[in-house]
Design a protein around this ligand. Sequence first.
Ligand code: FES
Length: 162
Amino acid sequence: MAYDATFHKSTRTLEDEGPPFVYTPENRARFITRADVEDVVSYYTMFYTRPVGKFVVNVCRTLSCALNGAERVTEELCGKLGIKPGETDASGTFTLMEVECLGACDRAPAVMVNDSWHECLTPDGASKLMEDLRARGEAALSGCHHVIETAGRPGGSGGSRG
Ligand code: FES
């Protein structure tokens, strides 16, 4: 496949806006064409077509995660946050999304909150994560949770990687 400078330029421009990028009719004229932007925005999960909350909670719904309980995680989050997938809560704090594979299939179910992966998540763990985010904000985002790697280490409790 040949290098597509047009595509690359549109991607770079969106990245330069910084997350969360919101594509609106007012700023679309700055880009190449509406179709170019729609291509990029509809493909990448980190771009949005409407405002999102401070924390975007992306629950993977692809096979490994689906087989390991992602649907129950989503149901728990819907109840906890009072919203459905694709919605933002009234306070503008949380947006809940269902997304395709996050690349953490061996640690399913995987949930990505902004840029932070939380893996092997149970419904209770997802609920606690939302409580932590409300209480501590971004400090609750500890990145990947490598339960398997840390479980056997001295001081490792199966929690987060430091
Ligand atoms: S299937 Fe969920 S991370 Fe790959």
